[in-house]
Design a binder for this molecule. Structure first.
Ligand SMILES: CC(C)(COP(=O)(O)OP(=O)(O)OC[C@H]1O[C@@H](n2cnc3c(N)ncnc32)[C@H](O)[C@@H]1OP(=O)(O)O)[C@@H](O)C(=O)NCCC(=O)NCCS
Length: 118
């Protein structure tokens, strides 16, 4: 897997590319001005291989370099049939910004999580 970084004033982007078959395996995008990750997506046939974790860790490092002390992410359903990947972010050290009961009452909203960077 090859990880390709791209930076502009507006966005930081990292692409995970399978160099053997030129597939795009995953992508993460963040805005350094509001310290927020707005896209993280790993293609279905590449999930569960650690690519999402790797993209997230690399992006946290880039955001720290860009002056962010905290990373925020909005976590929701990618479609109506899948659960939001809260535990993926919890495993990566993220905490919920809102109490659990709000997520139960409004399950289809995107809920913010955050992590303080060391
Ligand atoms: C969520 C997502 C980015 C995870 O990427 P990934 O490369 O499959 O994740 P990893 O292989 O690094 O998984 C790391 C851990 O998170 C867990 N995890 C992965 N996807 C998960 C999900 N959808 N829900 C809950 N836990 C998940 C794994 O079980 C794994 O745990 P383990 O180490 O104890 O086995 C990927 O499933 C995805 O793109 N989903 C659809 C889009 C989406 O929901 N994006 C997030 C928007 S906020």
């Amino acid at each position: 897997m090859e990880y390709k970084h791209e930076s502009t004033n507006e966005f930081l982007r990292i692409y995970a590319n399978n160099i053997d078959n030129k597939d795009r395996a995953g992508f993460i995008r963040a805005s350094p001005s509001n310290c927020c990750i707005d896209i993280l997506d790993v293609e279905r046939n590449y999930r569960g291989l650690g690519i999402g974790t790797h993209l997230l860790r690399q992006m946290e490092r880039k955001m720290k370099e860009a002056g962010c002390n905290t990373v925020n992410v909005k976590v929701g359903r990618s479609d109506s049939f899948t659960d939001p990947p809260f535990s993926f972010y919890e495993k990566n050290g993220y905490k919920h910004s809102h109490p659990w009961w709000k997520r139960v009452v409004w399950p289809f909203l995107n809920w913010e999580m955050y992590k303080n960077l060391e």
